[in-house]
Ligand binder design. Structure first.
Ligand SMILES: Cc1cc2nc3c(=O)[nH]c(=O)nc-3n(C[C@H](O)[C@H](O)[C@H](O)COP(=O)(O)OP(=O)(O)OC[C@H]3O[C@@H](n4cnc5c(N)ncnc54)[C@H](O)[C@@H]3O)c2cc1C
Length: 329
C-alpha cells in the first residue's frame, strides 16, 4: 500500500442536509462523507480507500449542536467530542457520555472529531488497515486469527470470520443510555436504536454500521430514561495520554436502598459491536450493589469468550471492569 500519498478526488462542500443527501445519492458507493476527518484521512493518505467524491459536512450547520426536544436530548452528528465533553446539559444528565468523549484520542483530535464520525468509524485491525486482502476487504482470509497473528486487541466474542472489534468509545455509552440514531436519506428519515446500529459481522463483514450508501446520520437522541442515574465508565488502554480501548465498560444503575433496581452494562473492545451484557443485567437486577455481586457478575460476563492466541488477558480485564462497575458505579 502507498503511504502518505493521497489520490485525487472531487471535493463537495454542501451547506445543508438536502444538498448533502443529493450528493450522497449521486455518488453512491463512490462518495465519502467527511466529518472531522480523523478516521477518513488515514484511509485517504494510505490509499486504502480512494473515493471519487468527498462530501465534506463541515458547512452543514444544522448537523451541529445539542438541543432539548421535549423529553429528549438531541445531539447533532457533527457536534465535536470536545463540545460533548463540556456541554452543561450532557454533564448534568448524561455525564457518562461526557466522560467517554473526554477519553477519546487526544484533546487536539477531540476538538475536530465528531460524535457521528466516532460512531461510524472503521475498525482498527491493522491487517485490514494496512491494506491486506482480508475478509473485511472482500478477500478470503483473516490475517488476525492465525496461530502467529498479532491479535491482542482483537475480539473475545461474536467473531464471524473477522475478529476485529469496535473502536468507538461513545458507542457502548449510547447503547447503555437507550439512545436512538436519526438517519436521513432521499426517501426520508428513520430511527435506529443504538443497540441495532452497529453491524454484526455475520450479517455484513464490510460495514461497521447498518447505514447503507445514501444514508446520513443526522443526530443522536437520548431519552431521559437514564438521566442523572449512577454511572460508571472505565477505559483500559496501553497509553493513558491517548489510545484506543483494549476493553472499556459503560454502565448505568438505578439503586434503591443499596439494591439494584435496574441497570445497563455494555463493553467496548471485545466484539465487533458494543457488547451489551444482558446476562449480567438479569443476574444483578434485585441484588445488593456490592463487591460480592460484582464478583459473581464478573464470572457471568465472560462466559462464551473465545480467546485468540494473544488476547487471553482481556478475559481478566473484562471481569475486573465488570466487578468494579457494579461495586463502584
Ligand atoms: C491518533 C488517533 C487516536 C484515536 N483514538 C481514538 C480513541 O481513543 N477512541 C475512539 O473512539 N476513537 C479514536 N480515534 C478514531 C476516530 O478518529 C475518532 O474517534 C473520531 O471521532 C472520528 O470522527 P471524525 O469526525 O473525525 O470522523 P471522520 O473521519 O470524518 O468519519 C469517520 C467515518 O464516519 C463516516 N461519517 C462521519 N460522519 C457521518 C455522518 N454524519 N453520517 C454518516 N457517516 C458519517 C465517514 O464517512 C467515515 O467513514 C482515533 C483516531 C486517531 C487518528
Amino acid at each position: 500500500m502507498l503511504k502518505d500519498t493521497m489520490s485525487g478526488f472531487e471535493l463537495y462542500q454542501p451547506t445543508d442536509v438536502d444538498n448533502a443527501l443529493a450528493l450522497v445519492d449521486r455518488f453512491g458507493k463512490n462518495g465519502w462523507l467527511l466529518a472531522g476527518g480523523y478516521d477518513s484521512l488515514d484511509w485517504f493518505k494510505n490509499r486504502g480507500k480512494t473515493p471519487v467524491a468527498i462530501i465534506d459536512l463541515a458547512g452543514v450547520e444544522e448537523l451541529r449542536g445539542v438541543r432539548e426536544v421535549g423529553e429528549i436530548l438531541e445531539i447533532g452528528a457533527l457536534t465535536t467530542l470536545t463540545e460533548i465533553e463540556r456541554h452543561p446539559l450532557i454533564n448534568e444528565r448524561f455525564s457518562l457520555l461526557a466522560e467517554a468523549a473526554s477519553k477519546v484520542a487526544s484533546p487536539q483530535i477531540r476538538n475536530a472529531a465528531t460524535l457521528g464520525g466516532n460512531l461510524c468509524q472503521d475498525t482498527r485491525c491493522w491487517y485490514y488497515r494496512y491494506g491486506l486482502n482480508c475478509y473485511r476487504a472482500e478477500g478470503n482470509t483473516c490475517y488476525a486469527s492465525g496461530p502467529e497473528a498479532l491479535n491482542r486487541e482483537h475480539a473475545l466474542f461474536g467473531a464471524s470470520r473477522c475478529v476485529a472489534v469496535t473502536p468507538s468509545d461513545t458507542g457502548p455509552v449510547l447503547v447503555v443510555l437507550d439512545a436512538e440514531m436519526v438517519v436521513r436519506n432521499s426517501k426520508g428519515e428513520h430511527i435506529i436504536k443504538a443497540e441495532d446500529f452497529f453491524m454484526d459481522p455475520a450479517v455484513d463483514l464490510t460495514r461497521m454500521t447498518v447505514l447503507e450508501p445514501g444514508d446520513l446520520l443526522t443526530a443522536i437522541r437520548i431519552p431521559n430514561t437514564w438521566a442523572k442515574q449512577s454511572f460508571y465508565f472505565e477505559k483500559v488502554r496501553d497509553r493513558n495520554s491517548w489510545d484506543f480501548a483494549l476493553v472499556s465498560i459503560a454502565a448505568a444503575f438505578v439503586v434503591e436502598g443499596g439494591v439494584v433496581d435496574d441497570l445497563r452494562v455494555t463493553c467496548g473492545g471485545v466484539q465487533c459491536v458494543p457488547r451489551r451484557l444482558r446476562k449480567v443485567e438479569d443476574f444483578v437486577r434485585g441484588l445488593p450493589k456490592n463487591e460480592r455481586t460484582g464478583e459473581l457478575a464478573a464470572e457471568i460476563s465472560v462466559s462464551g469468550a473465545q480467546v485468540l492466541n494473544k488476547n487471553h488477558f482481556k478475559v481478566s480485564l473484562m471481569k475486573n471492569l465488570v466487578k468494579r462497575a457494579i461495586r463502584d458505579g
